[in-house]
Design a binder for this molecule. Structure first.
Ligand code: GLU
Length: 448
């Protein structure tokens, strides 16, 4: 038996943000865990707003997050299929033509609201006479199409939220295709899910009502419905939707700000669940943690400030193998020894470049006058090469009795002399990387 088929279905009308990434990751990692297929379906039926550059950016963002799709589908290339399904459903009486203008519909809605009724479409088009139709057509009106809901209690066992039931009589028959021929999302999506044999629809809880209507559509098309999992949406700490902060929370800008993909993925997946928000070791371990039952039913409050700590923690635990190519691209050498020496001090990976310069490039001395003699003394006590693994301890054992200093008085001047920085990675790890010649010159106060 083949594994599950899931899809992430954004409209390529903009960049994706961390909230969209939550949906994408829940899908992709679910597929990864179950050896399934992850489809990127671009919902690009809105030709005016969909742009190729956004489709490309979404693919790149998914790749950067470590979840490249197994397949890419576009709705715009499936119009023929949708038209055929529309004809089939019209013949079966499940899709009907309507002629009301937006204005007329708006007036109906206002009248209903005025009478205290829900603004549900009254199905007037179903009882329209042949003369009315001819009259509309002769006025140049083109029909738009609605799907006729079953008006029944639709129930499903949501993988996140448990049993859900919605009476479709409380909903307007959804418009599936506009008068200008553009397709709306709901029916096209169902046709896709059937044709692509999607087994699990994992999406935001803003789609729960759509699901009720779509389950009617699956039945009308004779397709078997997938399982549904509606996850909570990421919001800012005050509860506002992410769209408000869209720019700064797009995956692209988070990447440009130097955040680690794994930190973003951990925040996107773990926020708003009963699991602790901590950086995952890798996407496989993050996938193992996914359990729909652990997703909260309330909003998933996300504090962008948490990302700094998550990015730092991700780096502090990152293996050399997982970053070596990026270190090389930054021009930071030194191999695994260097990485293990500095990783615990990084807020962003690019900081590694600064530490590489500290150990390998010329540094102007910052030794305080009061410490110059002490540093010179320490220099004379630097053991000869070759240096052992314990070079730092050997050196300190020689300095302590000679200089009669301890604690900060002892270490701080050495740090300033060797690195020209107030803080940083352990000198024990840096000294071997700096090497004897450079250490010696720096202790003498030379630029080296
Ligand atoms: N294009 C829809 C959206 O982004 C897809 C929803 C779905 O996953 O079915 O909201």
């Amino acid at each position: 038996m083949s594994g599950p088929v899931v899809r992430f279905a954004p409209s390529p009308t903009g960049l994706i943000h961390i909230g969209n990434a939550r949906t994408a990751l829940l899908n992709a990692l679910y597929a990864r865990k179950q050896l399934g297929t992850f489809v990127l379906r671009l919902d690009d039926t809105d030709r005016a707003r969909s742009e190729e550059r956004f489709a490309k950016a979404i693919g790149e963002d998914l790749g950067w997050l470590g979840i490249p799709p197994d397949k890419v589908e576009t709705q715009s290339s499936r119009m023929g299929r949708y038209e055929a399904a529309l004809t089939e459903l019209r013949d079966a009486g499940r899709v009907y033509a309507c002629y009301e203008t937006e204005d007329e519909l708006e007036r109906k809605r206002r009248r209903q609201l005025g009478r205290g009724l829900p603004p549900v479409y009254d199905r007037a088009a179903l009882t329209m006479s042949a003369e009315d139709r001819t009259k509309y057509e002769s006025e140049g009106r083109r029909p738009y199409f609605r799907f006729k809901l079953d008006h029944r209690l639709v129930k499903w066992n949501d993988l996140v939220r448990g049993e859900i039931s919605i009476d479709t009589a409380s909903l307007s028959d959804p418009v599936v295709c506009r008068a200008d021929g553009t397709w709306l999302y709901s029916l096209a999506s169902v046709i896709d899910d059937i044709d692509m044999q999607v087994t699990h629809v994992i999406r935001g809880e803003d789609h729960i009502t759509n699901t009720a209507a779509q389950l009617d559509m699956f039945a009308a098309l004779g397709g078997s419905a997938p399982a549904f999992a509606h996850h909570n949406l990421l919001t800012l700490p005050g509860g506002e939707g992410l769209s408000k902060r869209f720019g700064s929370l797009s995956i692209q800008s988070l990447r440009e700000a130097g955040h680690e993909a794994l930190a973003i993925a951990s925040a996107a997946v773990l926020t708003g669940t009963s699991l602790a928000l901590e950086p995952a070791e890798n996407l496989d371990t993050l996938a193992e943690k996914i359990d729909f039952k652990k997703i909260s039913h309330g909003p998933a409050r996300f504090d962008p400030a948490d990302l700094d700590a998550l990015t730092a923690k991700t780096l502090h635990a990152a293996s050399y193998a997982s970053v070596s190519a990026r270190l090389e691209a930054l021009g930071a050498g030194g191999g695994e020894k260097f990485w293990l020496a500095v990783r615990g001090n990084l807020a962003r990976l690019s900081d590694a470049k600064d530490w590489w310069e500290v150990v390998s490039a010329q540094l102007a001395s910052k030794i305080a006058d009061a410490d110059a003699e002490f540093c010179k003394l320490a220099e004379t006590l630097l053991p000869a090469e070759p240096w052992s693994e314990n070079i730092w301890d050997e050196w300190l054992a020689a300095i302590k009795p000679a200089a009669n200093r301890k604690g900060r008085e002892l270490f701080h001047p050495l740090r300033i002399a060797l690195t020209a920085r107030e803080n940083g990675p352990e000198l024990r790890a840096l000294l071997p990387l700096i090497g004897r010649a450079r250490a010696s010159a720096r202790l003498r106060g030379e630029t080296a």
